[in-house]
Design a protein around this ligand. Structure first.
Ligand code: ZN
Ligand code: ZN
Length: 273
């Protein structure tokens, strides 16, 4: 499915899952999707996944690429698809998984807490693929020609915000981010001039008043941050589990009045930077 952002290019993002907190299912979620956070990037011959929510189960993987997974954090909705990721079952496939060490656990130690007996028969490192775990370096690093930069977000136990740059195009993935004045300032700097800002819009402004401290933000704040950052497009993600297509579509239409910069992420859509 293509959308209004499409212009063609060699930096491609596919929305595999944009639902927040837990998967949902049913015809009322058919358009925006019920699978949790996962976005596939194809750029400069690299295949990179942002998070591994159950959206990753729907990934159509390229036959010969190495695969990189950048995890923002270890909350269930961001890793629950990992045991079902088809690439892990392929011999000779190399899969590199990156995440910040949190709660004193390296990335594989954290994943092993959940994905191991008795909760699951295999640890991620025991799958047939050649899996390598990486903590995040202090500074910028590269996956092939794709530059990766990081910023720490405000979220219970922390969350990493990523900026990916390739061939002069860049996107920023800011999910599981709760706004604070300083945090928004820092994010606007970090996202300065990006082509696409993915922003956590789990709550409405009203809901946010009841949900302070839960680690999420609103579309209104995301719009302000995106404008301040001079982001070319803003894609709202991490939709609240109860938000139906009808409600999301209404929210989207209201936002679109007066700007063509914003959209709410829809399952299956591709965006070319
Ligand atoms: Zn989440
Ligand atoms: Zn989270």
């Amino acid at each position: 499915m293509k959308n209004e952002f499409d212009k063609g290019g060699d930096f491609e993002l596919t929305v595999l899952g944009a639902r927040g907190s837990m998967p949902v299912n049913g015809k009322e979620f058919a358009v925006y999707g019920g699978a949790t956070s996962c976005y596939r990037i194809l750029a400069a011959g690299e295949e990179i996944y942002l998070d591994a929510g159950n959206g990753i189960v729907n990934a159509e993987i390229e036959p010969s690429t190495r695969i990189t997974i950048l995890l923002t954090h270890m909350h269930l909705d961001h890793i629950i698809g990992l045991p079902f990721f088809v690439a892990l079952s392929q011999k000779k496939r190399s899969v590199d998984i990156y995440a910040e060490s949190r709660a004193g656990l390296s990335v594989n130690e954290a994943l092993d807490r959940l994905i191991s007996p008795p909760f699951w028969p295999l640890k991620v490192g025991q799958y047939p693929a050649n899996v390598t775990f990486h903590g995040l370096p202090e500074k910028t690093f590269f996956i092939g020609a794709v530059q990766i930069e990081m910023m720490e977000g405000t979220h219970p136990l922390g969350s990493t915000i990523y900026r990916l740059t390739c061939s002069g195009k860049s996107l920023v993935y800011a999910t599981d981010f709760e706004h604070t004045p300083e945090g928004c300032e820092a994010l606007a700097d970090f996202a300065r001039g990006c082509d696409l800002l993915l922003y956590d819009a789990q709550y409405t402004e009203e809901e946010y008043e009841r949900c302070r401290g839960y680690g999420h933000s609103t579309a209104q704040v995301g719009f302000e941050v995106g404008i301040k950052a001079d982001a070319k497009k803003i894609l709202f993600v991490h939709h609240a589990p109860e938000r139906t297509d009808e409600v999301l579509s209404n929210m989207e239409q209201k936002f679109k009045t007066g700007t063509d910069k914003v959209a709410f992420a829809k399952a299956g859509e591709k965006i070319f930077l």
